[in-house]
Design a protein around this ligand. Structure first.
Ligand SMILES: Cc1cc2nc3c(=O)[nH]c(=O)nc-3n(C[C@H](O)[C@H](O)[C@H](O)COP(=O)(O)O)c2cc1C
Length: 306
């Protein structure tokens, strides 16, 4: 079983991925948060992240978000020219800012977007593509045409979050549709959604033994040892998890302090989200204090409560 650390905008930047892989072992594949075009170019920040993804350790796939053939082929060419041989295509992002512009989950049900994906992939046989998708934008049956088209291509994998865009990131998972999709896909399918413990991962593997992998986002952000625990097949106890998470935090905090030039405010705004999904691991008191900390001294006092 292969494990993937899902891209999460605002969390899994290059520094985070690098330090995570150093602390927990290079046992997973990472993704950049989605890269998009702005005025026909990659944004500076995105370009930096894409360049960091070229370093072989940790193994990182650049992810692109697009709305039509032109955007997708331009992004693919930029990445190809800078040396990338693998590209992940985002067809699942539910953020209204993206879907209103026809990107992310808005591409699933639009035939011209699906055909554009097939076209770009066919024109770039030297690139290994993968797709990250939801079941649909407004309807859970929308995936059918897309999967039909993807079946005519050879992809590294297709990662599926079994929800539709209007579900955002909560609500019942639509597993009956996932089952159907898994039955008809000729490409390897990676399951993604709501894995918080090693037992959750085992349950998914029992229910869907044909999957090629499991992708985890918020579960690893809140419990960064989760993928390592799944691979080892044994849960770490709470003390070990907390100790390692603090070590991870301290190392990342150091990187931000050494590299960010915008002062304490900027450093705080980068490091506070580190704990966003970790209330279960660090307890309510420390969690709330971290969230409320308005300066560095208060932040450090809050972290010391863990
Ligand atoms: C704040 C936030 C930002 C995200 N950014 C991205 C992104 O850039 N690209 C992407 O494919 N998915 C993105 N996702 C979706 C996650 O990769 C993942 O599919 C989703 O959180 C479900 O998996 P999980 O339940 O394991 O977290 C984001 C999710 C959240 C909550």
């Amino acid at each position: 079983m292969k494990y993937y650390f899902a891209p999460v905008q605002g969390h899994t930047d290059a520094a985070y991925r690098q330090v995570h892989s150093e602390i927990y072992g290079n046992n997973t594949e990472y993704f950049t948060p989605f890269l998009r075009l702005e005025k026909d170019e990659l944004r500076k920040k995105d370009l930096k992240d894409a360049q960091a993804a070229l370093v072989p350790e940790p193994s990182t796939l650049p992810q692109v978000i697009f709305r039509d053939f032109n955007e997708l082929s331009k992004l693919v060419n930029i990445l190809k020219d800078s040396g990338h041989g693998r590209i992940n295509i985002n067809m699942g992002c539910p953020f209204p800012l993206q879907t209103a512009r026809g990107r992310g989950a808005a591409t699933i049900a639009r035939k011209e977007c699906v055909d554009a994906v097939a076209d770009v992939i066919s024109k770039n046989p030297d690139i290994l593509f993968s797709v990250k998708m939801r079941l649909g934008f407004k309807d859970e049956n929308e995936w059918r045409y897309l999967i039909d088209v993807l079946n005519s291509l050879t992809l590294d994998h297709v990662a599926v979050h079994p929800r539709i865009a209007t579900d955002q990131y909560s609500g019942e998972l639509r597993l009956h549709q996932f089952r159907e999709l898994l039955n008809v896909s000729s490409n390897p399918i990676v399951y993604n959604g709501e894995i918080r413990t090693p037992e959750d991962a085992s349950q998914v593997m029992r229910e869907f033994p044909e999957i090629a992998g499991i992708m985890i986002g918020r579960g690893v952000l809140g419990r960064p040892s989760l993928i390592t625990e799944c691979i080892e097949g044994a849960e770490w106890d709470a003390t070990r998890r907390k100790e390692m998470m603090l070590r991870f935090h301290d190392a990342l905090f150091n990187v931000y302090q050494d590299t960010l030039i915008g002062g304490d405010h900027q450093i705080l705004s980068k490091i506070q989200p580190f704990w966003e999904y970790a209330e279960g691991e660090i307890g309510r008191k420390a969690y709330k204090a971290i969230h409320k900390a308005s300066n560095m001294a208060k932040y450090e006092t809050a972290v010391a409560m863990i």
